[in-house]
Write a protein that binds this ligand. Structure first.
Ligand SMILES: *Cc1c(COP(=O)(O)O)cnc(C)c1O
Length: 498
């Protein structure tokens, strides 16, 4: 399969090049040139495959320059029982007859990002080998919390790769910060940055686009790549669990074979929900995608009005992984919605840069609204949702998943559409223990995060995720910090560039 740039400013490349470059060097994102659509019969024939088999099936479609052996090896390395010591890697939990939770956080770091970041390093190493790249790869990551740790775990101690993670100093939870700072591995670096996530992401994107710095890296036998969801290798693995969830919904009698479902995704950078869209393009029977946001509801407004407007305050919420105003992957989505009209994409993103907003045309807007519906959930509503879901179903939601559950309710009410919904759960509740416990107890708590984790366990008897257990006693190994204008100096220092 060939990959093209959303901005029509780069040659067609194979998947190895798309993955090792991370993003289009001139700006723009790599997308598959076309996607094979399967018949429902063909899809249903995969119904009884396990996670690894489904992954191989899907990867073969998109990684045509990889051998089957390479794909199988990567899949086996990533989705093994050490990384996912559970019977089902992505369990589907029934809340009621038409509501299912897809738990995507059983990987090593308790966030759904493990689903992709456990395999991206394998795909990247094999890509580098195929392209006979001699430079050492430096993965630059901007994180709102969860990507950082998941990427560090995926890439640590990998030969020929270094990884540097930047996170917003005041934008991540204590657990998230400790998870990152305690990472072992002699090829890892973690840097706290003064600013919010958008500052972090923008600064990193600027470095990717900086030709002089690129040349400096080259002189030192280094080159950059990305583990953020701008990298196609991050999105591809996420397609797999939408198929798995669909088959599991059938097995649990939530739908009949071939019946359409609704899918709700708590959204930040628009990567997870976009992977769901690609699954739909491959033929997965989906009625509606419900794009769930927190108070940073740029996307909710966009799906309603067709205007993408980031001229607004950045609000810090209890679902920090969704505190994003610029959703990188929306560009890929719009490219699909306009039937690959690069000119429109270039114009819109030029406008966004100049005026902090753009408006899409009527036709694109209608097409998008036929398949997507945006909803948002306030802080108070998210907290109430955590409590009511726990009281009613004895099920503990993390704040991101709570936003999704609440948005599903709003969608149903507004549209009178009670089709079976699969709601993706993107983090284990212990990752955000303070917000969860405060919601259950309906009071503000001042005690230390780790005492809160203990109390949450006592109260609910829900097992603490292994990635969080004992974190308090692990040694902190990283203490770099930087402001957003001196990333290059920091990287120079870490890599000891001349
Ligand atoms: C990253 C993340 C999200 C947002 O996912 P996108 O693919 O960026 O839309 C939602 N919830 C959690 C817990 C996350 O870590």
């Amino acid at each position: 399969m060939e990959y093209i740039s959303t901005r029509n400013n780069y040659k067609k490349v194979n998947s190895a090049a798309a993955i090792s470059l991370g993003m289009v060097p001139e700006g723009g994102l790599f997308v598959p040139k076309q996607i094979t659509e399967f018949t429902t019969e063909k899809i249903m024939a995969m119904k009884n495959k396990d996670y690894q088999e489904l992954a191989v099936w899907i990867f073969k479609e998109f990684l045509s320059d990889f051998t089957e052996a390479e794909i199988k090896e990567s899949v086996a390395e990533a989705y093994n029982s050490d990384n996912f010591p559970v019977e089902e890697k992505t369990p589907l939990v029934k809340l009621n007859d038409n509501t299912y939770i897809l738990e995507l956080w059983h990987g090593p770091t308790a966030a759904f990002k493990d689903m992709a970041l456990q395999i991206l390093p394998q795909l990247l190493l094999k890509s580098v080998e195929k392209l006979e790249i001699k430079n050492e790869i430096v993965i630059l990551v901007a994180t709102s919390g969860d990507t950082g740790k998941a990427a560090l775990e995926g890439f640590k101690d990998l030969e020929g790769v270094k990884i540097i993670v930047f996170y917003p100093e005041d934008g991540v939870s204590r657990v998230q910060e400790d998870q990152m700072k305690t990472t072992t591995g002699n090829n890892t670096a973690v840097v706290s940055l003064k600013g919010n996530f958008d500052d972090c992401q923008t600064a990193v994107k600027e470095i990717f686009a900086d030709k002089d710095f690129k040349a400096k890296m080259e002189n030192n036998n280094y080159q950059f790549s990305s583990a953020n969801s701008i990298n196609w290798g991050r999105l591809l693995p996420q397609i797999v669990y939408y198929f798995k969830a669909y088959f599991d919904t059938i097995k649990q009698n939530g739908i009949k074979a071939g019946e359409k479902i609704n899918i709700t995704v708590p959204t930040g950078n628009f990567g997870n929900i976009l992977a769901g869209y690609y699954a739909y393009k491959m033929g997965l029977p989906v009625n509606k995608f419900i794009c769930a946001s927190n108070d940073n509801k740029v996307l909710t407004d966009f799906f309603e009005t067709g205007v993408y407007d980031i001229e607004r305050d950045f609000i810090k919420t209890i679902s920090p992984s969704m505190d994003i105003l610029i959703s990188s992957n929306l560009e890929r989505f719009l490219f699909e919605m306009t039937d690959h009209d690069s000119q429109k994409i270039c114009n819109w993103y030029q406008e966004l840069k100049q005026n902090n907003k753009f408006e899409i045309d009527q036709q694109t807007k209608e097409k998008m609204q036929n398949l997507f519906s945006g909803h948002y959930c306030t802080e108070a509503e998210a907290k109430t949702q955590i409590k009511s879901t726990y009281d009613k179903f004895n099920y503990l939601l993390d704040p991101h998943t709570a936003v999704a559950v609440n948005s599903t309710k709003k969608y149903r009410k507004q549209n009178h559409d009670l089709k079976t919904a699969v709601i993706t759960s993107t983090a284990n509740p212990y990752k955000f223990s303070r917000a969860v416990l405060e919601s259950l107890k309906e009071e503000k708590l001042s005690k230390d995060e780790y005492r809160i984790i203990e109390e949450l366990e006592e109260l609910t008897a829900v097992e603490i995720h292994r990635g969080i257990k004992d974190l308090e006693n692990k040694q902190s190994r990283h203490d770099h910090s930087s402001n957003k204008d001196s990333l290059k100096e920091k990287i120079t220092e870490i890599l000891e560039l001349n």
